[in-house]
Design a protein around this ligand. Sequence first.
Ligand code: SAH
Ligand code: SF4
Length: 330
Amino acid sequence: MLTDLKSLNLTELQEIVPGFKGREVFRFIHRHLKEKISDLTCISLSEREQLAEKYFISNLDIQKTSNEKEAGKVAFKLSDGNLVETVSLKDKENRVTLCVSSQVGCPVQCLFCATGKMGFKRNLTVSEILSQVYHFAKGEKISNIVFMGMGEPFLNYENVLAAARILNHPLGQNIAARKITISTVGIISGIKKLAETPEQFRLAWSLIAPNDGARGELIPSKYNEPIDKIVAALREYQRTTRRRVTLEYVVLKDKNDSEKDAAQLVKIAKQLDSHVNLIPYNPVKGSFYMEGNKGALFSYLKKAGVNVTIRQSRGRSISAACGQLAMHHE
Ligand code: SAH
Ligand code: SF4
């Protein structure tokens, strides 16, 4: 089996191609986005031939692309035939945010999420995560990366962090760590590990419902941990990192949008240095939820002095909005 050069960090790469040449190979792959060993013209032809005996550079095939005004979506075909989707979102200033996938499907299986409904196939490799970004980076400058595509990033912690570090590397795309956000349903082991990483990667927590009863109904999963334990882990994370966290809250009619819910949400938000992001529910096939009263929640939170915004829903017409990503075969 050949080893994938794109999955290696600089240190690992320099164990294969030592010294300055290793740096150049890293730069050719991650900055100049070269996709074949034969294109690594920073080393000699015979060095390339030797390298190709044991190594390769993996890439993703494009299965389908869809575009609307502010959003683009690409379905990539992986080498084993599985599909993952990546979304590019443009804001008013034309800054590009990429919504990147970390797994094929998701083991958490939240009832309101299309990815959860397709089950779990496997983790993505470092290279498969990077290739999603590099596809878009060839055409335009990428400002922000959010791990809010398919999958739960903290259930693929090592590969997600390795990819984030390579995206942040000065010899690669050089995307600032504070412009890379990891969104988690609340996997405590991941929050603890991220607290100990020196980079300023940002964290978002999908709170979804403000008490364990309602949360358990929407996220009926062994990965759903108690809210107070997650809050404690986030407080510890903030004590060491001083970074504000985002609380993501998909507003669902009669599930989490009452005044009582709002009061509980305020309490949780105030235990943290936080910013609440209310997300309009995006319809998912086979799911019977309805969009909740985000306006009322917004005013309640605002009045209570909580930092709150409503996420602009982009990409709905091409099933590219939050929670709509799945293996679309149509
Ligand atoms: N697994 C991670 C990251 C991917 S989901 C997580 O759950 O945080 C990214 C965001 O989309 C989450 O905040 C999730 O709650 C939200 N989401 C899921 N399904 C949705 C839907 N149908 N409509 C709107 N947002 C949804
Ligand atoms: Fe997985 Fe996140 Fe979807 Fe839940 S919302 S099923 S954790 S991708």
